[in-house]
Design a protein around this ligand. Structure first.
Ligand code: COA
Length: 260
């Protein structure tokens, strides 16, 4: 399948999705959000794909936010609907995928761009990356989950300051805050993402899917994460991966997981 604003590739079970609107600093318009949804859906449905890396094209931006030109004239209802549809179609969708998703933040990750990176399971960044939620400088608030996921990741006080000042932090500051896990040079960013993804891909994808679900349960209202963990733990005992993993350990060899 070919997209207008998104590139996909798969090599050795590791998929890369590249947001490709460099002239608009990869800003998320409606079409791009829809294409990203389809790309994630297709790659997540492919059992040969073990990890998905999300990045932006060009050297300047991961994503410079939602496309301001598309919503500048919106009414109250249209604004609410934009956030609701976007959250469901892309941000919540990515967060709840069973396939691990790593954001490789290669430049500006602002507004919807940082919100998209935060919806991924974890983030790494290039040393030129800048992150922030500048929405209040436009008279709006973060609407793709930013007010929820930013305090989860960096704490309430830091999130409040970043949101209220509409400021930007550097990749190093983001690492100190726990917003990104690693910082690399631009050239080393994708190789680092692939290296981490490679490590993940050698483990049981069944178990990883259960772990993602259990970790996410910690952040869902009205959901008892411990119960989700217990159920997911029990489910592992019915998988081929569990038999292979434990047998390989006892036979002192490396496990070769089927993902079943
Ligand atoms: N929505 C729509 N278009 C955007 C965009 C966005 N969020 N961010 C950048 N662009 C467009 C610019 O309008 C410009 O298009 P043009 O060449 O047709 O005029 C192009 O991308 C390049 O951006 P430009 O502003 O010229 O680059 P810069 O290096 O001077 O500044 C930023 C970079 C990221 C600081 C600046 O683009 C910016 O502030 N963007 C908006 C960030 C934002 O508020 N995001 C939250 C949205 S809710």
């Amino acid at each position: 399948m070919t997209f207008e604003n998104v590139l996909t590739s798969v090599e050795n079970g590791l998929a890369t999705i590249t947001i490709n609107r460099p002239k608009k600093l990869n800003a998320l318009n409606k079409a791009t959000i829809e294409e990203l949804h389809t790309a994630f859906e297709m790659l997540a449905a492919d059992s040969a794909v073990k990890v998905i890396i999300l990045t932006g094209s060009g050297e300047k931006a991961f994503v410079a936010g939602a496309d301001i030109s598309e919503f500048a004239h919106f009414s109250v209802d249209e604004g609410g609907s934009l956030a609701a549809k976007g959250q469901k179609m892309l941000f919540d969708f990515v967060e709840n995928l069973s396939t691990p998703v790593i954001a490789a933040v290669n430049g500006f990750a602002l507004g919807g761009g940082l919100e998209l990176a935060m919806a991924c399971h974890f983030r790494i960044a290039s040393d030129n990356a800048k992150m922030g939620l500048p929405e209040v400088s436009l008279g709006v608030i973060p609407g793709y989950g930013g007010t929820q996921r930013l305090p989860q990741l960096i704490g309430k006080g830091r999130a409040m300051e970043l949101v209220m000042t509409a400021g930007m932090i550097t990749a190093e500051e983001a690492k100190n805050y726990g917003l990104v896990n690693h910082v690399a040079t631009q050239e080393e960013l994708i190789p680092l993402a692939l290296k981490i993804a490679g490590k993940i891909s050698r483990n049981s994808s069944q178990a990883i899917a259960g772990a993602i679900n259990a970790v996410n349960a910690n952040f869902k209202d009205g959901v008892d994460g411990y119960s989700v963990e217990i159920a997911a733990f029990g489910d592992c005992f019915g998988t081929e991966d569990f038999k292979e993993g434990t047998t390989a350990f006892l036979e002192k060899r490396k496990a070769n997981f089927s993902g079943k």
